[in-house]
Design a protein around this ligand. Sequence first.
Ligand SMILES: [Zn+2]
Length: 312
Amino acid sequence: MIDQLTINKIKEVTVVEIAEKLGLNPTKKQGANWVCKCFMHPDNHPSLYLNPAKNVWKCFACKDNNGGGSIALVMKHENLDFYQACQWIAREFSIEFKTVSKYAANNQKPTTMTTTQTTTSTLCTLDSSLIAARESANSHFCQAMINNHILTPVQMQHAVRKYHLGATASGEVIFWQIDQQQNLRDGKLMTYQPDGHRSRSVNPSWVSYKMKNEWKDKQNNPLLPQEWEKTQCLFGLHLTAGNNLPVALVESEKTAIICSELFYMQGFVWVSCGGISNLSTAMLQPLAGRNIIIFPDTDPDGSTFAKWSSIA
Ligand SMILES: [Zn+2]
């Protein structure tokens, strides 16, 4: 459930501000209204009216019942449900997105975790402008998810924005690892086949590796120094910031993405550790005290379950 104060703040954003963010370009004013071209029908003469004082919008050329407030505008334009539209507005307008978890009532004490302080080293991160620069649904991964009807194009687009999925020029998908402080830890590059399975012949690579060894700047210097060291975090960890939602942990990035779209009603944050052998207590530490449900993949002999149970 979304916290009521968060909803109130979201509703303070005007329909005109929302329309601008959505690229509807409301530049003409008629009396108290702003007008722009309608996105629901081919519109040569602007017929979508936005009234910031009443904070409502409506297209007077569309015959079907349309219009409403700011959240409804995002729901309609982006094809999102109420919860997702609120998340969208909160993200775009830097509103803290608070949720009220039904688990909050349990008032659980955080699990105590003894952390051995390793020698203090500064965390190496990547420039987060890489995320926006690379955000794209043009990877072979995204295409395969759509072409095999695993996700609809709208769901895929939504997941791209949510997880900030990227693509390289050669079609590899970039699964960024972004932590709760929104630090960009690294990006995993993976090659997927047209059937939606990952290509076993191509090993995953890392953006940091490419920046150290292959990608060069104009002076032909590597983009990262050799001493830059990656520290992995869970894929999707950034989505756990600012809320107390239960977390669902799976093996692969692909599973996390698919489940987050297909099971969004359940209100989990879906994260991935990137592989069976990759789960560690260090990776789980940022989630100390949270409700976490762990889903290993098909596990006929129960060995992964046993191993993950011990880590958990
Ligand atoms: Zn219209």
